[in-house]
Ligand binder design. Structure first.
Ligand code: PSV
Ligand code: MN
Ligand code: MN
Length: 386
């Protein structure tokens, strides 16, 4: 296969955002296995993210999580990023880790708790102003555990009220990305459980409100690419939180559990014209037992490979087979692209960009892993599950 210049151009302009929390120690609710050399500060997380970008060439932005990445001087953090060829990406809010949020945050029955949660979300927009971030990512753990515990409809009203206040506060060029999740930590009812609920709120709010699809946040068997196609058709796909899962919200490396699903998602992205800066391609993962930086490099490459395969689909042949009702032929066109070995193309591209064609090997040789173990003694950055 000789890739067209358009395929090369699309891959050259792709940007995959890595999450600050994936660099720090994180774990499950059972145990956090601390690794040596993990970043002690948000600045050091950026140092690690810079290695991922240096070796892959396609990971120029880093998502922050407040309060895990709270610093006194966000301009200094932005400068630190810029000096390393990075930019600060989405600001992720956190209204799920404090005792006050036991019964919810923006949907809590107590107005004082709702006010506190809203104040945090607004603070996140202040931080966006300081960091130059364009996206506020909202994930709410809000929900109930027992039927009758609280009123489903009233909670939707409270949610809508908070979202509207945040929307009002957004500045020029800023967006809010609403993330849904079907269960956990709430086990009976979650206030933003699915794309339909997120979409309904975003539609009412306006064009600066978009839906974010976390690939681990669906019931098993859900056709995620259909959701992606639909949101793109409606102009409401704000971005992805990529990760992979075998059971629930496993947060494993994207493309590890089901590379075929990732390909199908990326095919719908390509098909729907979603390979643009308007769709944020973010990772949301935890690396509990594997070394973190190489795991993130591998994840970025997995997204890149799925994208390259999606771009390899022979659109004309597929459309012709579909028009003729050629079921097997159409399926074969898609599977041909999935089975294409795109690694030589990506190696060639990296060489063109002046990078080592093999990011994993280049990272191993770089000595960074040994250096951070030697230099980063003491202290441990808290994060998800920590
Ligand atoms: C919790 O499920 C979660 O993984 C959500 O996906 C958020 O995006 C992430 O934590 C960070 O807040
Ligand atoms: Mn997520
Ligand atoms: Mn999640």
């Amino acid at each position: 296969m000789t890739p067209s210049p358009a395929v090369k151009a699309a891959l050259s302009s792709q940007a995959i955002e890595t999450p600050s929390w994936a660099y720090g120690n994180s774990g499950t609710r059972f145990k956090v296995f601390a690794q040596e050399g993990v970043p002690r500060t948000p600045f050091e997380k950026l140092d690690d993210a810079a290695r991922v970008h240096a070796h892959t060439g396609v990971a120029p932005t880093v998502a922050l999580h407040i309060p895990w990445d709270r610093v006194d001087d966000y301009a200094a953090l932005s400068d630190h990023a810029r000096e390393r060829g990075l930019r600060l990406g989405a600001i992720n809010s956190n209204v799920f880790q404090e005792d006050d949020y036991k019964l919810g945050s923006v949907t809590h029955p107590d107005p004082a708790v709702r006010r506190k949660a809203l104040a945090h979300l607004l603070e996140c927009v202040d931080i966006m102003d300081a960091t130059g971030s364009a996206d506020l990512k909202l994930w709410f753990s809000d929900g109930t555990n027992y039927p009758g515990q609280d009123d489903i409809r009233t909670r939707q009203d409270r949610l809508a009220e908070a979202l509207a206040a945040v929307y009002e506060r957004l500045g020029e060029g800023q967006r809010m990305l609403l993330e849904y999740k079907f269960f956990e930590p709430a086990f009976y009812m979650t206030d933003v459980p699915d794309w339909g609920t997120a979409y309904a709120h975003c539609l009412k709010l306006g064009p600066k409100a978009q839906v974010v699809v976390d690939t681990g946040h669906h019931a098993p068997g859900t056709n995620i690419e259909f959701i992606v196609a639909t949101l793109l058709r409606e102009g409401k796909l704000g971005g992805f939180d990529f990760n992979s899962r075998f059971y629930a919200d496993d947060d494993l490396m994207v493309g590890a559990a089901d590379p075929f699903q990732l390909f199908r998602i990326m095919y719908e992205v390509v098909r729907g014209g979603g390979l643009t800066p308007d769709v944020a391609f973010m990772l949301d993962q935890c690396h509990n037992i594997e070394p973190k930086i190489p795991a993130i490099i591998r994840s970025v490459m997995n997204v890149q490979e799925a994208t390259a395969k999606a771009l390899s689909v022979d659109a004309e042949a597929l459309a012709a087979a579909q028009a003729e009702g050629d079921v097997l032929g159409a399926n074969e066109v898609l599977m041909d692209a999935y089975h294409t070995d795109v690694r030589p193309l990506l190696r060639e591209l990296r060489a063109e960009w002046g990078l080592d064609p093999e990011p994993m090997a280049a990272y191993r040789r770089s000595g960074w892993a040994e250096r951070i173990v030697a230099e980063r003694q003491g202290g441990q950055q808290a994060g998800w599950g920590a």
